[in-house]
Design a binder for this molecule. Structure first.
Ligand code: HEM
Length: 463
């Protein structure tokens, strides 16, 4: 591996009195350039200002991995260990505070974390463990939902324009979320619309969050009473003492996690469209590889929620004082010359040693599911369309400004429908949907009547 720009063991420094804001227009346009600038000035760890709050931004691969793995227990995820917050020095209206106050498993440690992770692992198994009949049913449902969405998107004609983010990649995982939550079709639609309001952080986001929290609590109570084959029921079975409040906070993670999946779908589509070799052979294996490559090049969870130093810790060229927060940048770590420089970019199989799924005690528990959804979404898209062309050069695609995500705001394409007969599960053919009927599938049967499908139809732009 190549050495960084620093001489051997530079003396540890303390933070400068003033720091540069991280989230500038330059960052929205091209975070990689900002990372490189910071890396040149400070090395693998840089002091930055995150919306008015001082934070250590960690960009070195080894440093990010070390904090994630937390071998000596030097780092905590608990908000109470953030000194500035404990001292009341974080502005009450700091926009990211609601995320840190949710107090779900993301911010737990020790036994509490282990119990919640056990509940997640057991509850996700029926949906993602290969060979599980539930996982196969879910895969069929993803195929079916993908085909429905593509059917609506292309209703206007054999050629046209589409925004694959809004019309395909974002709704698809949310339909999966509804199904996994075991919501009825009508309730599921309200929930999907509220999830969009919450994730888009518009003026009605707070009210949408309140409604979602109430809906998840109500759902948890109903599933405790009458369990089904769904995520909340499996979580209750795995952790019978889980309170309705705890359960609601865990379930509220699902839409966000599936929105990361949506951004992965978009990033993979861009990779496929931009790379004729990949386009040539769209076997499951080739897409799987492209999913990994997209996660490596543009990790959807670009920066992670904070960890707090429990003692003074030497990291990069600084000593991080106890009680200070670090924000680990997976995106910057992947571009760290010590990591990126050692990768063979021409290898048929890209490295799996990346950090897009995290590592250590908080590593991702839904990687299989997210990868499967992304693979199916991309396969169905290229089966249905014989041509997909970006409507903008790849380097001009608009990204959503966000401290945590690397997600396209829209993915405008020109498409041409394939001539071959419509695939099974497509409502346009009248063929039976591939998935077995369940309450969460009801919108598939009557797309014309529901508000969600009317909304999606409103986005069509046929030529
Ligand atoms: C492309 C989509 C996804 C990406 C890139 C992703 C990535 C990650 C990463 C990087 C973490 C670690 C966060 C940290 O250490 O601070 C994480 C945690 C987690 N992920 Fe995923 N994830 C995705 C989708 C999903 C899905 C679909 C599920 C489940 C339905 C899921 C379940 C979880 C859970 C439960 C955790 C929290 C574990 C904990 O805090 O102990 N993820 N994910």
């Amino acid at each position: 591996m190549t050495k960084g720009p620093w001489p051997q063991q530079p003396p540890a420094r303390t933070a400068p009195v003033t720091t540069e804001p991280l989230l500038t227009r330059d960052y929205d346009a091209d975070p990689a350039l900002v990372h490189e600038k910071l890396r040149k000035i400070y090395g693998p760890v840089a002091p930055v200002d995150l919306l008015g709050v001082p934070v250590w931004f960690v960009m070195g691969y080894e440093e990010v991995l070390r904090v994630l793995q937390n071998p000596g227990g030097a780092w905590s995820k608990r908000l109470r260990n953030w000194k500035m917050n404990a001292e009341g020095r974080i502005p009450a209206d700091w926009p990211l505070m609601p995320i840190f106050q949710v107090n779900n498993s993301t911010f737990q440690e020790g036994a509490a974390l282990n119990q919640l992770r056990h509940a997640w692992t057991s509850a996700l198994a029926p949906f993602q463990d290969h060979g599980h009949p539930g996982a196969q049913r879910l895969e069929q449902a993803v195929v079916s939902h993908a085909d429905e969405l593509l059917g609506v998107l292309s209703e206007g004609g054999t050629t046209g324009w589409a925004d694959l983010a809004a019309q395909y990649a974002r709704p698809l995982p949310l339909m999966v979320a509804n199904r996994m939550l075991g919501l009825t079709a009508a309730r599921g639609e309200d929930v999907v619309m509220d999830i969009w309001r919450m994730l888009d952080a518009g003026p009605d986001a707070a009210a949408a969050f309140e409604r979602l929290y109430a809906a998840m609590t109500e759902l948890g109570a109903a599933k405790r009473e009458t369990p089904g084959d769904d995520l909340p029921s499996h979580m209750i079975a795995a952790k019978p003492d889980i309170t309705l409040d705890e359960l609601a906070r865990e379930l509220l993670m699902l839409p966000g996690l599936l929105d990361f999946t949506a951004s992965l779908v978009c990033n993979v589509v861009v990779e496929v469209v931009a790379n004729p070799d990949v386009r040539e052979s769209l076997s499951a294996g080739a897409i799987d590889e492209t999913v990994n490559r997209a996660a490596l090049l543009n990790p959807p969870m670009a920066n992670l929620t904070f960890r707090y130093a429990l003692t003074d810790v030497k990291l990069g060229n600084f000593t991080i004082p106890a009680g200070d927060p670090v924000m680990l940048s997976v995106a910057a770590a992947h571009a760290d010359p010590r990591f990126a420089g050692a990768i063979d970019w021409h290898a048929i199989r890209s490295t799996r040693a990346h950090l897009a799924w995290g590592a250590g005690p908080h590593s991702c528990l839904g990687q299989l599911l997210a990868t499967r959804i992304a693979t199916i979404a991309v396969q169905r898209l290229f089966k249905r369309f014989s041509k997909v062309k970006l409507a903008l050069p790849a380097d001009q695609l608009p990204w959503r400004p966000s401290p945590f995500m690397r997600a396209l705001r829209s993915l405008p394409v020109q498409y041409e429908l394939a001539r071959e007969p419509a695939p099974p599960g497509d409502p346009a053919t009248g063929e039976a949907p591939a998935a077995q009927a369940s309450p969460a599938d009801e919108p598939a049967g009557k797309p014309s009547r529901s508000p969600l499908w009317s909304f999606l139809r409103g986005l069509r732009r046929a030529r």
